[in-house]
Ligand binder design. Structure first.
Ligand code: 3HC
Ligand code: NAI
Length: 655
């Protein structure tokens, strides 16, 4: 950081010093800020006129944590735990005034202060486990002293931030400031100084817990996190804080932090952290301005259309839904309503919010209603003729600058766009099911797509809170093409004699929620089978798959009571199937044996090999994009970093 851009400035309001941190974009605690904080504490301690210090931040947020970008290199002093201790030991008490987010090291700095106040919109939290580490500057040791052990366990082991109101009720902050933060904080300080100060957090007691408490917590966390190591290590650090003196617990936390910081899991999660932040604003679109998005239309209210309508409404856009007839419109609207009702049932939406979401949906069969929409997303049947007819209508009624998008999974967007006037506004926007939940959005330009249209696709992704990834045109784009290779590789293992359930168990062990075969049973084997049949009918040489044998025998998955596995009535858990064994016996060789690790390595290597092919063909722009596609669209374990990262780093199945 050059000397002419100080990250900290000090002003005065009588005997109160106001320390303002200004270290954009998020006031992360890089070396220069740690040094500046230390120096500031020294300067203010030496000034007898200072009775108290308010710590406030400029810009969009309070300190968002340690500088994650520094984690790849050895730590450089002053170390953050020492900075926090220095603030806590200051002659005049410090008060943290929080807006935006006080996260990780940011909240740890706030815990070095004697009091914490925040605006109502602020959040506080210790998200370190989401980066594969534990808090490294007293989060596991001061938090239980501040708010009790259960609150500390919740905060530290989930990594989920809490809003100011909940933070207040948990005792993490002392007051919510209404109105202007700086003035409110100064008034709070003046009132606090009239009373005896509470002890520094490090000097507060912490309640011991029973062995049963720890065992229960450990079991619950282990169930939730599968192979992720940080949450259990964080729990152990909190336990240490309740059983050892402050300094000893701090040393233990630091040791754990430094060990995990150097781990494969932390490297993987950092890779994903930066990839996710880079994806919504790709460098090659810096100079392309997105078009305004004030409203949108969706054609087709089936599975995908309804989910897309819900996603658009969640982002506040008014939506027109078009269907082929009134009955289909009714079904479409029912599909949309079911999504919002589900949100109410799960406590994610209030009744009023759900009603508001529905009120913003207009339904019609008349394309004339689309004369003034900014964006249309087509989600009708996967049939080229149907789609082309829709775009012909859209070309007739929409403004020339309306962005026209298709949600096709497998059709060639260039063929869909054929005949569309001004094809510069045409683009593929490939959502994933359920579209209002899944974070991935593949953005597929055709050669004619204008940069502004592409930029609008990314702007839409940002508005919907999605992870947008650009994909070139090929069958299946990035995600479904890798899925095809993954499934083929899994089938190949079965042909070699590995049990279906052994393959699924290995992939679950690797960190997927489901293995490839049980996932196919859930989604249905018939769609991929029909695609292969269509290709065969068109004269392509598509070899017979094991899935083809099952579908021909009527086994399409859970919906037919059986696919790779059996599903007795009322049972959704897969049961190994003798029928499948018999059906496939002619295609399977006996005798191969592989460890779960070797199975996972084989399959992840296959995904990465397909990813490498996608890069070589220019379908994917970079390896990190492929990792994001797999993590956000296909359940690849985040803490493995994605197939490209995992294979590049060490070999796919290394724990
Ligand atoms: N370190 C380095 N860079 C960071 C960062 C961090 N902790 N947090 C955010 N950034 C960067 C992003 O990479 C992005 O950079 P770019 O503009 O070059 O792409 C920029 O800041 C803006 O980030 P967002 O797009 O995420 O900004 P938002 O306004 O959407 O969100 C936020 C703000 C909620 C603070 C969000 O950035 C966030 O959650 N940050 C991570 C917080 C975190 O994980 N903190 C814990 C760090 S570990 C730690 O503190 C260890 C300690 O215990 C010792
Ligand atoms: P669906 O069959 O559930 O819904 C299609 C809807 O389009 C129906 O409601 C139908 O009435 C309507 N429709 C058909 N012709 C129409 C026309 N001419 N005008 C207006 N509406 C019309 O299909 P689904 O699953 O929603 O798929 C839609 C598109 O999304 C397809 O292209 C599919 O490949 C793609 N897709 C599907 C995914 C999935 O998991 N189902 C995932 C990603 C993309």
């Amino acid at each position: 950081m050059p000397a002419e851009t100080p990250v900290i400035s000090i002003t005065r309001d009588g005997s109160i010093a106001i320390v303002t941190i200004d270290n954009p974009p998020v006031n992360a605690l890089g070396l220069s800020l740690r040094q500046a904080l230390w120096q500031t504490a020294e300067t203010l301690d030496a000034d007898p006129g200072v009775a108290a210090v308010v710590l406030v931040c400029a810009g969009r947020t309070f300190i968002a944590g340690a500088d994650v970008g520094e984690f790849g290199a050895p730590p450089v002093p002053p170390h953050l735990p020492d900075v926090v201790a220095r603030i806590e030991a200051a002659r005049a008490p410090w008060f943290a005034a929080i807006h935006g987010s006080a996260l990780g090291g940011g909240f740890e700095v706030a815990m070095g202060c004697r009091f914490r106040v925040a605006v109502a919109s602020a959040s506080v939290g210790l998200p370190e486990v989401t980066l594969g580490i534990v808090p490294g500057a007293s989060g596991t040791v001061r938090t239980p002293r501040l708010a009790g052990v259960p609150a500390a366990v919740q905060l530290v082991t989930t990594g989920r931030p809490v809003k100011a109101a909940e933070a207040l009720s948990l005792g993490l902050i002392d007051a919510i400031i209404q109105g202007e933060l700086r003035e409110g904080a100064i008034a709070f300080v003046r009132a606090a100084l009239t009373k005896p100060l509470p002890p520094a957090i490090s000097a507060r007691p912490v309640a011991a817990q029973t062995t049963t408490f720890w065992a229960e917590q450990e079991a619950a966390i282990a169930r939730r996190v599968k192979g992720e190591t940080a949450p259990l290590r964080a729990l152990a650090a909190i336990r240490k804080a309740t059983e050892a003196p402050f300094a000893e617990a701090m040393a233990h936390e630091r040791e754990t932090f430094l060990e995990l910081r150097a781990s494969d899991q932390a490297a993987a999660l950092r890779h994903v952290f930066f990839a996710e932040r880079a994806a919504p604003r790709p460098a090659h679109l810096k100079s392309a301005a997105p078009l305004p998005l004030r409203n949108a239309a969706v054609i087709g209210g089936g599975t995908m259309g309804a989910g897309i309508v819900a996603a658009l409404r969640d982002a506040g856009l008014p939506v027109t839904l078009i269907e082929r007839d009134d009955a289909a419109l009714d079904r479409g609207l029912t599909n949309v309503r079911a999504i919002f009702d589900g949100g109410v049932k799960r406590g994610k939406l209030t009744e009023a919010q759900a009603a508001d979401r529905m009120a913003g949906v207009t339904t019609t069969c008349d394309y004339a209603a689309l004369a003034d929409v900014d964006l249309v997303i087509e989600a009708v049947f996967e049939e080229i003729g149907v789609k082309r007819a829709v775009f012909a209508e859209l070309g007739r009624v929409c403004r020339p600058d309306t962005v026209l998008a298709t949600n096709t999974s497998y059709l060639d967007p260039r063929c869909i766009a054929e005949g569309v006037a001004m094809p510069g506004r045409f683009i593929g926007l490939h959502f994933f099911s359920p579209a209002h939940v899944m974070k991935l959005l593949e953005i597929v330009p055709i050669p004619e797509t204008a940069p502004e249209t592409l930029a609008t696709g990314f702007a839409l992704g940002r508005a919907l809170g999605k992870i947008p990834v650009q994909a070139g045109i090929c069958e299946g784009f990035i995600g479904n093409r890798i899925l095809k290779r993954y499934r083929a590789a899994a089938e190949s293992l079965v042909r070699q004699g590995i049990a279906i359930e052994a393959v699924d168990a290995a992939m679950r062990g690797y960190g997927f929620a489901m293995g490839p075969f049980e996932a196919q049973d859930l989604g249905g084997l018939d769609i991929a089978h029909l695609q292969r049949e269509a290709a065969r009918a068109a004269g392509q040489a598509v070899p017979e798959t094991l899935g083809d044998i099952l579908v021909r025998a009527g086994r399409k998955g859970q919906k037919t009571g059986g696919g790779w596995y059996d599903y007795p009535p009322g049972e959704r858990r897969p049961q190994p199937s003798a029928t499948t064994g018999t059906l496939l016996s002619g295609a399977i060789r006996a005798g191969a044996a592989l460890t779960p690790e070797a199975i996972a390595k084989r399959l992840v290597d296959e995904m990465a090999a397909e990813g490498a092919a996608l890069l070589a063909e220019g379908i994917a722009r970079n390896a990190a994009d492929i990792d994001l596609v797999e993590i956000h669209g296909y359940g690849f374990p985040r803490w493995r970093g994605g197939p490209m990262f995992a294979t590049r780093r060490k070999g796919a199945a290394k724990p």
